[in-house]
Write a protein that binds this ligand. Structure first.
Ligand code: ADP
Ligand code: XUL
Length: 519
């Protein structure tokens, strides 16, 4: 057995990448899109539309049906599951799944002739899962902060201030709004540990990478933090899985997958981690010194760190690095979905955001900026219902340029605390990184060369690499082979554009401050 499988349960899709770790080759990749492939769930962008008061939820049964569908498709294509020595995964961060005391028993006696959702569904004590886009927990964040004696204390312990989308505040809101269902909940999993449990046939631990995105783990100790647990909800310790290093094996793969798909009973099922921590590994950036920007549903910027540096302004985070040490993470909620909203509203295509499309407008839109928050933003934390072009009526083409420029000016402004200015280059990944026009704006705004990898799907790849390393493969060899930049796809910053954006950063900061009274 010389292969490892990486699964990526992201916001909009579930993907798989199969890697041969002796040769360092990708053997294939597969994907199920939640909106297009499972329309009966009515999750066109991976979550239930129409949530109120900032709520954004998804149905966890969708993720289980997607897992069956993905593996069914791979089987139909003749994938030899018995060649897989180890499997791990990457989950969208912060989302939580609420389960009854039957979960363990149900997992250990799954009937391989039936889909997972029908069997595990009976264990849910909360029908839907709040996901990372949920901004409904402002009051709960304030309560947790007050109980700890201030934002600095929460940040010192957990690596982040109390954050709306983080799991702890979400759990508190559930406890406050549905106390009976909370009391009936025996265990609370992250998306990552929920799916790791399903694959292992027993409840799995939460790893340091994803566990740090809960406002419940003490980052320095790598353990649940009693003061944070107490401030969040009663009896919470008993409802949480253990927290363990990311490289831990959860167990042999569940007999369900052995019998239904032909996995070897010896296949090792590893803990999963969050999508950003896995992407750090997949991008070959798990050692300090490389900065990654991911343009997925959210836009994120992250880098490995030896020490857990925290953001004094409270927007960025310190998480566990799955390969040891820590990582920084800044997340922008208005990522791909904001670009898509502008594309749809102004009748544009992705080509209009490409090199040719953007060449129809001057770099920097003649010194004018767009505030790119189509919906609520988390970095900075502002409520907004539409993007803004202060004092100006942009054309459709100016909107395309302005939204992208605004997004990366905002990203640059809010990543200064990391002190990464001297880092040599940016590693770019995620769906929108394929677009050369958008990637060039990244290079020009940051004034750094941009490199993209030959393999797409860095989170799934990172999960496959983590699984391979846990069964003896060499990390440096795999990074060298699998996380190699694609030939001819590097982009250099254009110096005239760099100086335009240096000036525009100030204009953008002023526009933000005028509109929202923040810097
Ligand atoms: P996630 O992993 O968060 O589910 P992906 O990294 O797969 O997301 O990125 C999906 C997004 O990529 C889509 O929502 C879409 O907006 C964006 N995308 C895909 N192709 C392009 C393109 N050519 N130009 C810009 N954005 C694109
Ligand atoms: C990170 C975050 C998102 C999700 C979904 O803090 O909220 O990036 O992990 O990708």
């Amino acid at each position: 057995m010389k292969n490892s499988l990486g699964l990526d349960a992201s916001t909009q899709s579930l993907s798989a990448v199969l890697v041969d770790w002796t040769d360092g080759e990708v053997l294939g990749s597969w994907s199920v899109n939640f909106g297009a492939d499972l329309p009966r769930y009515n999750h066109p962008s991976g979550f239930l539309p129409g949530g109120e008061a900032g709520e954004v939820h998804a149905n966890p049964l969708l993720w289980l049906d997607a897992l069956n569908l993905l593996l069914d498709r791979m089987k139909e294509e003749g994938v030899d599951f018995s060649s897989i020595a180890s499997v791990s995964g990457s989950g969208q961060q912060h989302g939580s799944v609420y389960l009854s005391g039957d979960f363990g028993q149900v997992l250990s006696s799954l009937d391989e002739t039936a889909p997972l959702a029908g069997q595990i569904g009976a264990c849910l004590t909360r029908e839907t899962s709040p996901i990372w886009m949920d901004t409904s927990t402002g009051p709960e964040c304030r309560e947790i902060t007050d109980a700890l004696g201030g934002a600095d204390e929460v940040r010192k312990r957990s690596g982040s201030e109390a954050i709306e989308r983080f799991t702890g505040p979400q759990i508190r809101r559930f406890y406050k709004t549905q106390p009976k269902a909370y009391a009936e909940t025996a265990s609370i999993h992250l998306v990552s540990s929920f799916l790791a449990s399903v694959l292992s046939g027993r409840p799995a631990a939460i790893d340091y990478g994803d566990g740090a995105g809960m406002n419940l783990m003490n980052l320095a100790a790598g353990e649940w933090d009693d003061a944070l647990l107490t401030a969040t909800a009663p009896d919470l310790r008993a409802k949480l899985p253990e927290v363990e290093p990311s490289a831990s094996v959860a167990g042999d793969i569940s007999p369900y997958f052995v019998k239904r798909y032909g996995f070897s009973p010896k296949c090792q099922s590893l803990l999963w981690s969050g999508d950003n921590p896995c992407s750090l590994v997949g991008m070959g950036a798990s050692r300090a010194g490389k900065m990654v920007i991911s343009l997925g549903t959210s836009d994120t910027l992250f880098a490995a760190m030896d020490e857990p540096l925290t953001d004094p302004r409270g927007f960025g985070h310190a998480f566990g690095n799955p390969m040891g040490g820590f990582m920084s993470l800044i997340c922008f909620r208005n990522g791909s979905l904001a670009r898509e909203a502008i594309k749809d509203e102004y009748g544009l295509s992705w080509n209009d955001f490409g090199v040719d499309g953007l060449s129809r407008t001057p770099v920097g839109n003649d010194g004018r900026v767009i505030i790119p928050f189509v919906g609520n933003e988390i970095t900075p934390r502002v409520d907004s219902t539409s993007a803004q072009a202060p004092g100006w009526k942009p054309t459709a083409e100016e909107w395309a340029r302005g939204i992208v420029e605004g997004q990366f000016l905002n990203m640059k402004l809010h990543s200064r605390w990391l002190g990464l200015d001297s880092e040599g280059e940016i590693l770019l990944t995620g769906g929108a990184s394929e677009n050369d026009g958008i990637a060039q704006v990244v290079a020009d705004v940051f004034g750094k060369p941009v490199r993209r990898l030959a393999v797409s799907g860095s989170a799934g790849l990172g999960a496959a690499i983590r699984a391979a390393v846990a069964t003896g493969a060499d990390l440096a060899f795999l990074e060298d082979k699998l996380s190699a930049p694609a030939d001819g796809r590097d982009l250099a910053p254009v110096s005239e554009h760099v100086s335009i954006y240096q000036d525009l950063e100030k204009t953008f900061a002023e526009a933000l401050s005028d509109r929202f009274n923040i810097s």
